[in-house]
Every structure is written in C-alpha cells, then in structure tokens.
Design a protein around this ligand. Structure first.
Ligand code: NAP
Length: 483
C-alpha cells in the first residue's frame, strides 16, 4: 500500500512548497519506540557533563547550518528574516542556558537530598521520567518545536525524546532532526535518544500519545489540541502527565492614574504587540481595559488607527487563517458594525494576509459573551471600556486562567487598587507585568511561562527557562535500613 504524502505551504507566495514528505506509519513508530525505550536506561547513566557537551555540540551544528535553516523556515512559514534571526538566536541562547544550568551547583544540589535517622539512611534522587513525546506549535518552528524548550528540558532530564514534526514546518523540523541525530552519533549517544516522526493527521498523534512507551507529553499549541492531548494522557491503561501549554487572552489594564503619564508611543506599541507577525503569539494581548476618563476616546482612536495601518503580514498556514476568520465571524454575530472595525478587503495581497480588526465595547459584555473569553489567534484586539475600578475588579474576576496579566499604572501609585489587582492577577495568571505588554518572553530561571487552566494544564510548572526540566523528572527515595 502506498504511503500518505503531504507538502508544506508558503503563505507569502500562496503555493505549496515542492518537497513531498512521506508519513511514518504506526508500524514504523512501534519499531522506533522500542529503541527509545532501550535508550532511556543508557541515557540515565550519562553524566550532566555529557548532556552539557551534547547541548553545546547541537548549538555548534545549528550555527553551521543557519543559512539552510533560514531558507526553509521562511519558505514554510512566511515569517521574515528578522523574525528568523531572533527566534534562531533565542533557540541558541536557551540551549546554552540549559547546558550551563545542568552543570551548576544549584541544579546539582537539587538532584539529591539526604536524611539520616537513628536506623535509616534516606537518599532522594531525581531521575528521568522516561521517553517524552514532544508536540510543538506552528508559530515557533525552532524555539517551541524540534529543538525547542520542551525538547531541551526533556533531554536535560536525560530522557529520550520523540518529536512529531508539525506538518506545516516539516522541512525545518527534518533539518533540525538531522543535526541532532548527527551530533548524537558523533558523541556516541545511544540510538533512540531522539526520534523524529512525520505524519499530518491527528490519529497518529493520538497513537503516539497513547503508546505504552511514552511516559510524558510536552504539548504547545491551541486549547483544542491541548485538551485532546490531556485526554489522551488520562485515557490510557497507565495515565501519564501531559504538559499542555495553550493560549489565553492576556488581559492588559490601563488605570486612570496612568493617563497623566502616558507615553505617546503607547498606541504604536500596542499595535505592534497585536499585529507583528500577524499577532501569532500565545502572549499577544487580547483584551485591553480602558477607563472612561478624559481623553479615552482619543486613545481608542489612536490604537485603532495604528492597528489598521500596520503593515500586513501573512498567517502561518491556511488552517490558522481559517480559525482566525471563524473567530472574527463569531464576533460579528454578537457585536454591531460600530463596535467591530475590520480592515477593508486587500486588493493586492495574497489570500493568507488576514484583515486586522478591533472591537470596542463595554466591559459588561464579558458577562454574557463567552466569545470574549476565548483567544483570537491573529491580529485582533478587543478593547473593553470601564466606568470605575470596582466594576473593573468584578469583571476581571470572571476571567479564566491566563499566561499573563498586565497593569499600566502611574509610577507613584498609592491607591489600594494596585494591591487588589496584583492579588487578582496572582490567582489568575503566571506572569504579572507592570507598565509593559506581554509579548517577548525572557528565557531565564525567574520566568514563569504557564498559568492556571486553561492557559496551561498544570500551573505548578513553567514551560520556559531551565526550571521546565522539573516537568520531566520524578523522585525516587533509596532507603537503607541499618539492622
Ligand atoms: P495546534 O493546531 O493545536 O497544533 C499543534 C500540534 O498539535 C500540531 O502538531 C497538531 O497536529 C497537533 N494537534 C492539534 N490538535 C490535535 C488533536 N486533536 N489530536 C492530535 N494532534 C493534535 O496549534 P498551532 O496552530 O500549531 O499553534 C497555535 C496555538 O499555539 C495558539 O493557540 C497559541 O496560543 C499556542 N501557543 C502556545 C504557547 C504557550 O507556550 N502557551 C506557545 C506557542 C503557541 P497536526 O498539525 O498533525 O494536525
């Protein structure tokens, strides 16, 4: 029987790319997963120095293939060279950060804990969790994909990884996979330490997620996808942890006190966060709360003008474009033309350049319109106008779990509102930002990327920064009874 094939898509040029990819079958995966299982025991015996050298060597090889990676990345995503450069650099930096972290005293100290009683010696050690399935998102073909944060975290925990390539950037993923496999071979790491699988349908993802060899899943993507993987993880003979990093509406609040100090560039900065790379970021601000104080109408108009005049950029792939249009259609069903402004049809642009939009309505709409609580992945902003801070607090409390929460306030602020918003934010989000927008996630130990459900499946962990390794480790106590 001939195998399924597929091609990736160039949204800028509006055509399929020439390379044809052949799907792996379940039988192929079964054979490769046997190797992952074998590799697990051998990887556990590797020292932290060995893993450090592996990560550094991967970085060197990635650097040497930068141009080839750039070409295919751009072809498969429609993203710009600048965007490639910054994501590539982030990928390099985060890999090196993990490499240094696992040989640091602070990490090594956390790997073992010892207690002695009169007749017992107890040593608790961190061990790897087992083969980890990695499902990456389309919007970060490098930093949240084949050699993205989840992959490095799982490898740093000495676990074999099984990457299912994202169908819309399979070529980029394949090139990265070849680099990793070459480095593993050169450093004599066990076969099966890294497995790369290609298939463009959901059933294959489900098959992998429910395979007995897989012991944890790192998922980055949409709410629907994250939910599906959480279900796969639990509906197994042996349920496993699934770390689903999904999206959120990342509320941004402007307080009345901030109006007096407002930086004139703020509308431009907001438009950039909404429209850059067509707003395809999990940290894109989705809801902006503006008080009805003197000057608010001017601010709303300025933001709208900046958004509508922002240079159009394509969406990553047809599916994302369809989902974006569906979400805007849902808003159209509920809100009037005077509330929802949509950019005019493009005359000269290709099909995959979305029409940017902004909705301006009363904060009370949050109560009845569930559509406002959902992420709109793409260049859209919803502005919610509020009368007073009590109303603001009441409505903020109705929001679900968020990756981020931003508060714009005067530099000297005595009002108790800051305390109560900070408390609301701490319950609701993983990161609270003062006088800033949520896009641009720093990769460091103090970054918390992940909040209460539904932004993430497990708010106790971060998906960004070296502490994300903890998701792919468990503890074993070795107890020695003295007779
Ligand atoms: P997506 O549609 O959920 O796809 C992600 C991956 O999941 C793809 O490989 C897809 O497989 C697979 N998948 C989705 N649903 C599935 C199902 N029911 N069964 C099996 N596999 C399934 O997400 P995306 O469009 O690539 O990425 C955009 C989303 O990612 C946005 O919502 C964004 O907020 C989120 N994101 C979150 C973070 C974060 O850190 N929280 C970071 C980046 C992006 P197939 O393609 O084979 O269908």
């Amino acid at each position: 029987m001939s195998r399924r094939t597929f091609q990736t898509f160039n949204p800028k040029k509006n055509h399929f790319n020439s390379e044809v990819y052949t799907c792996h079958s379940e039988k192929d995966a079964n054979l490769l997963l046997i190797k992952s299982e074998k590799a697990f025991s051998l990887l556990q015996k590797k020292s932290n120095d060995d893993i450090h050298c592996l990560l550094v060597a991967i970085v060197d090889k990635l650097e040497s293939k930068k141009i080839a990676l750039r070409n295919i990345y751009i072809e498969e995503t429609g993203l710009s060279i600048d965007r490639f450069d910054s994501e590539f650099q982030r990928t390099i930096n985060q890999t090196l950060l993990f490499a240094e972290y696992i040989i640091s005293d602070s990490y090594i100290l956390k790997q073992e804990c010892k207690n002695e009683t009169q007749n017992k010696l107890l040593i608790k050690k961190k061990v790897g969790i087992g083969p980890v399935l990695i499902i990456g998102a389309s919007n970060f073909p490098l930093a949240y994909s084949t050699i993205g944060g989840d992959s490095i975290a799982a490898l740093a925990g000495k676990n074999p990884i099984i990457v299912k390539a994202h169908p819309y950037h399979t070529g980029t993923s394949l090139l990265v996979s070849k680099i990793i496999i070459q480095v593993l071979d050169e450093l004599k790491f066990p076969e099966g330490s890294f497995t790369h699988l290609i298939n463009d349908n959901y059933e294959f993802g489900q098959f992998l997620a429910t395979h007995k060899t897989i012991k944890a899943i790192g998922f980055t993507g949409s709410f629907q996808g994250g939910q599906a993987f959480m279900k796969y993880g639990i509906d197994r003979a042996q349920p496993i942890p699934v770390f689903s990093e999904m999206g959120s509406v990342n509320p941004v609040v402007i307080l009345e006190s901030f109006f007096k100090e407002m930086n004139h560039d703020l509308p431009k900065q907001i438009a950039y966060a909404i429209c850059n790379d067509s707003g395809q970021f999990c940290t894109k601000p989705g809801l902006l709360f503006i008080p009805k104080v003197k000057g608010f109408k001017t601010l709303v108009t300025q933001i709208k003008d900046e958004i509508l005049s922002f240079e159009n950029q394509p969406m990553l792939h047809p599916e994302i474009q369809r989902n974006f249009e569906k979400k805007i259609e849902n808003l159209k069903q509920v809100f009037t033309n005077s509330e929802l402004t949509i950019e005019k049809h493009h005359k000269t642009k290709q099909s995959y350049y979305p029409r940017k939009s902004m909705l301006t309505t009363e904060i009370t709409a949050l109560k009845n319109q569930s559509v406002l609580h959902e992420e709109v992945f793409g260049p859209h902003l919803t502005v919610l106008l509020y009368e007073d801070e009590q109303e603001l607090e009441t409505q903020l409390k109705t929001l679900k779990g968020q990756l981020t929460f931003s508060i714009y306030t005067a530099s000297v602020q005595n009002e108790t509102i800051i305390d109560s918003l900070t408390e609301i934010g701490s319950k609701m989000a993983g990161r609270i930002i003062f006088n800033g927008l949520p896009t641009g996630v720093e990769v460091c130990c103090s970054m918390q990327h992940g909040g209460p459900y539904p932004s993430s499946s497990d708010s106790r962990f971060t998906a960004v920064g070296p502490h994300s390794i903890e998701r792919f480790q468990r503890s074993v106590t070795f107890q020695n009874n003295r007779i």
